[in-house]
Design a protein around this ligand. Structure first.
Ligand code: 5CA
Ligand code: ZN
Length: 412
């Protein structure tokens, strides 16, 4: 699948610093130490509705990681998926009497435009579930052959993963079994389904059903892939058996990232699948998580149409820490617009306090688990001083603009 257009990122003077990230599995911050190319896999959209501010916030979070690694001199291999066939997409298309392929294409195209407007660096591989089906079939067949996956004996042709064969199951989310059962039922699992070896066993391959799209599955029979195996196989195929960061919103901690890690680890034998499982907090509106199923959405495209500056949207979404669940309000946007205007004025000032100190402070804040509130405060203080005529560093205003562009993705 086509990615979106790239942009030039200014190279900053001096050396970037090592990045510390909070890992949901270890429940602690630890240093990311990519060996070779730094592998970043981000769980992308299920394209049945337009990109909303929650998606944008999550994509911006991982864009910051990409930018900080590049600043530290790492070569990054960034892969993102599109779940371009799954139940919610088929259900929405049926509800609206629309061709599901056309719906997915339209929303994916809009997502690309939104990502470009937000200055998010494109993934090297932007990959759909549908185009990955042959690779997924091979891996599911391998799991069946090894006795790690089993076919349900109810004539549906559905194939499940046997979690008892993944001895570390649960290490990524650190949840109790009771909590896992609740999340499984809420988030696309089927713990009540009869005939499974364990209620938590996730679906790997769904046998053909009347009225549903299907693809050849070789010995599996015709059908379509389960959700978690999609991300595991795309990451394994395009990055390798282990990755530095597995990313997404915190709604994916369980079952999605737990199951995709279990699939990948059983397939390759390499553990842990990801050195860091990184999860962005949920953006909410009027007290509830912003979600397509609830319909309480603020679309990035609607804001663009209303001439809201995408750079202000970006600043608004990083004003608080990425891991915090946070509410979108008009005031959050207004504050970001004022901040952006002030930074732009400061970037045109004749001089200001030391630019080198500002850059090292911003690097230190961002490499400490993406502490954007601290980074933004440092820039605010520098801008206030420059606008008050303090400091004689004439290079600093230009360096401010390069720093916000390269590290925050905010072009002044
Ligand atoms: N296609 C799957 C991932 S493989 C999926 O979850 N799609 S999604 O369209 O529902 O979400 C796309 C990405 O945005 C995921 O990383 C998800 O965790 C994140 N996300 C969804 N809603 C929000 C929200 N309200 N706030 C922050 N991030 C969100
Ligand atoms: Zn995913």
């Amino acid at each position: 699948m086509e990615s979106w257009s790239g942009i030039e990122v200014p190279r900053l003077p001096g050396a970037g610093q090592p990045l510390y990230l909070y890992d949901s599995a270890r429940r602690a911050k630890h240093q990311s130490q990519p060996r070779g190319r730094a592998g970043l896999y981000v769980c992308g959209i299920t394209p049945y509705d337009a990109t909303h501010l929650g998606h944008a916030a999550t994509m911006i979070t991982f864009d910051l990681i990409n930018r900080l690694w590049r600043d530290a001199g790492h070569d990054v291999v960034y892969v993102q998926n599109v779940t371009d066939v799954d139940d919610p997409l088929l259900e929405r298309a049926a509800r609206d009497n629309e061709d599901w392929v056309v719906l997915a294409m339209r929303e994916t195209a809009l997502f690309r435009e939104d990502m470009e407007a937000l200055r998010i660096l494109p993934p090297e591989h932007y990959v759909g579930a549908v185009e990955s089906i042959p690779a997924i079939v091979t891996r599911v067949q391998e799991l069946v052959d090894r006795g790690i996956a089993y076919r349900l004996e109810d004539g549906t042709g559905d194939v499940y993963f046997d979690i008892s064969q993944a001895p570390d199951f649960g290490y990524e989310s650190n949840l109790s079994r009771d909590q896992m059962l609740i999340f499984s039922a809420e988030r696309g699992g089927d713990p009540e389904r009869p005939g499974k070896r364990d209620p938590l066993d996730p679906l790997l391959w769904r046998g053909i059903r009347p009225g549903e799209p299907s693809w050849p599955g070789g010995s599996l029979g015709p059908g379509r892939p389960g959700w978690h195996i999609e991300c595991a196989v795309i990451a394994l195929t395009l990055i390798g058996s282990t990755i530095e960061v597995q990313g997404g919103g915190n709604d994916l901690i369980f079952p999605h990232h737990e199951c995709s890690a279990a699939h990948a680890e059983v397939l390759t034998g390499a553990k842990p699948f990801a050195s860091h499982y990184v999860h962005a907090g949920m953006i909410g509106l009027h007290g509830e998580k912003m979600s397509k199923s609830r319909g309480n959405l603020v679309f990035v495209s609607r804001m663009r149409a209303d001439h809201v500056d995408p750079m202000a949207v970006r600043l608004a979404l990083i004003a608080d820490h990425y891991r915090a669940d946070r509410q979108w309000t008009d005031d959050v946007l207004k504050a970001a617009e004022q901040r952006l205007a002030r930074w732009r004025a400061a970037a045109s000032a004749p001089a200001g306090p030391s630019g080198a100190l500002l850059l090292s402070g911003v690097r230190a804040a961002l490499t400490d688990d993406l502490d954007t509130p601290r980074a933004l405060l440092l820039i605010d203080e520098w801008a206030d001083a420059a606008l008050a005529g303090t400091g004689d560093d004439t290079v600093a205003p230009g360096l401010l603009a390069e720093t916000t562009d390269a590290l925050l993705g905010v072009r002044l």
